[in-house]
Design a protein around this ligand. Structure first.
Ligand SMILES: NC(=O)NCCC[C@H](N)C(=O)O
Length: 407
């Protein structure tokens, strides 16, 4: 019970996934950019691809749990369900009392809790509700926006709303309005689910000020955490987590947090978009970050409550080798360093692998040049189909949140 992850590569035992559902079919060209998609995946095929991903994990001894199932188990308790529905309506931005009543009654009509959770994820179209008795100004003012509650199409990237750190989590404040409501499910699961309740410390919480996302958080070792300063994660959030871990937490293992300052753009939105660990001494990397990368070492300061922050003027591979306790680290460049191939395969998450044991990773089929390089470097690859899932701009690491790895 509970969770435990102190490494990026040790044998994966239990993982949280979300199979994409109707929320994907609520993507339309007008709202793609705001919903952080570049295209509309074909749901049926995306689901087949996702099933193939889950199956490979199961065949390799990983227990797969699904977000909507855990959330549905939580709301089996009527009081929690009531609280969840009210909070969902509030966070969907529904302010008119008439609309609130309509949505509440609509959601209460679901008899099956998994269907109810799925509906909150999919979004609610205006035409699903009975004719509104329009009373308030916001009801009366017509607009052609189709949703009363927005879809959450990015939910299948379970890596981002929270991150497992040791036996605790960072429950994240997301960068974008569109992803912020995703963290509601993890909030309820960690608060109320029998497998986690009272056992999972929070190093960060969803109502905090600065944004941070799980794709930026890497458990390098039991003692060292790496966090990206990126489009999605603010340096202030990292300082907050560092203070929490060093001075307030029950976690006495983590001694150093390395902060990697990566470029702020969509192609490199998270640290794991450009950089993942695949073996005890090997990483995939997007050549675009290697040169300019600034690395900071954060440790406990001499005064209680203060941090010591130092910029490390060393090469990335040397910093990693030092903290991993290995002689040398090999960085395998996405696309083999060729600019066109690197940029293309990077765009489709060629560096975003999920390590299931040292030297064994899950990768997307479409990044065949990077995949071959991995094999040439002695890595065992499990290849999953990737035509549709990749349209959301995330790969196997983004689509998974490890809950337990071997220690
Ligand atoms: N860790 C990751 O890189 N996650 C991928 C998130 C993709 C999603 N469309 C987003 O823009 O947030």
């Amino acid at each position: 019970m509970g969770i435990k992850v102190t490494s990026e590569i040790k044998t994966l035992k239990k993982v949280l996934l979300h199979k994409p559902g109707s929320e994907i079919e609520n993507l339309t060209p007008d709202y793609l950019e705001r919903l952080l998609f570049d295209d509309i995946p074909f749901l049926e095929v995306a689901q087949q691809e996702h099933d193939a991903f889950a199956e490979i994990l199961r065949q390799n001894g990983v227990e797969v749990v699904y977000l909507h199932e855990l959330a549905a188990e939580v709301i089996a308790d009527e009081e929690i369900k009531e609280q969840f529905i009210q909070q969902f309506i509030k966070e969907a931005g529904i302010t008119s009392p008439e609309l609130h009543k309509n949505v509440y009654e609509f959601l209460k009509r679901f008899k099956n809790n998994e269907d109810l959770i799925r509906k909150t994820m999919a979004g609610i179209n205006k035409n699903e509700l009975p004719q509104l008795g329009k009373k308030s100004l916001s009801d009366l003012a017509e607009d052609d926006y189709p949703f009363v509650a927005d879809p959450m199409p990015n939910l299948y990237f379970t890596r981002d709303p929270f991150a497992t750190i040791g036996e605790g989590v960072s429950l994240n404040k997301m960068y974008s309005v569109t992803r912020n409501r995703e963290t509601l499910y993890a909030d309820y699961i960690f608060k109320y689910h029998k497998d986690f309740k009272g056992q999972v410390e929070r190093f960060y919480d969803r109502d905090f000020e600065y944004h941070i996302e799980g794709g930026d958080i890497l458990n390098l070792t039991e003692k060292t955490l790496a966090i990206g300063i990126s489009q999605r994660t603010q340096a202030d959030a990292i300082e907050h987590i560092a203070k929490q871990i060093f001075f307030k937490s029950q976690n006495k293992d983590i001694e150093t947090i390395l902060a990697f300052n990566i470029p702020n753009n969509r192609a490199m939105m998270h640290l794991d978009t450009v950089f993942t660990q695949i073996d005890v001494d090997k990483f995939t990397i997007h050549p675009g970050i290697q040169g300019p990368l600034q690395v900071f070492e954060i440790t406990k300061g001499n005064v209680e409550g203060e941090l010591k922050i130092e910029e490390l003027n060393a090469k990335l591979e040397d910093v990693l080798a030092k903290y991993l306790g290995v002689e040398k680290v090999t960085l395998i460049q996405c696309g083999g360093g060729d600019k066109v191939i690197a940029d293309r395969e990077q765009w489709n998450d060629g560096s975003n692998t999920l390590c299931i044991k040292p030297g064994e990773v899950v990768v997307y089929s479409r990044n065949y040049i990077t995949n071959k390089l991995l094999v040439d470097n002695g890595i065992k690859i499990h290849v999953i189909p990737s035509s549709e899932l990749s349209r959301g701009r995330g790969g196997p690491r983004c689509m998974s949140m490890p809950l337990v790895r071997e220690v």
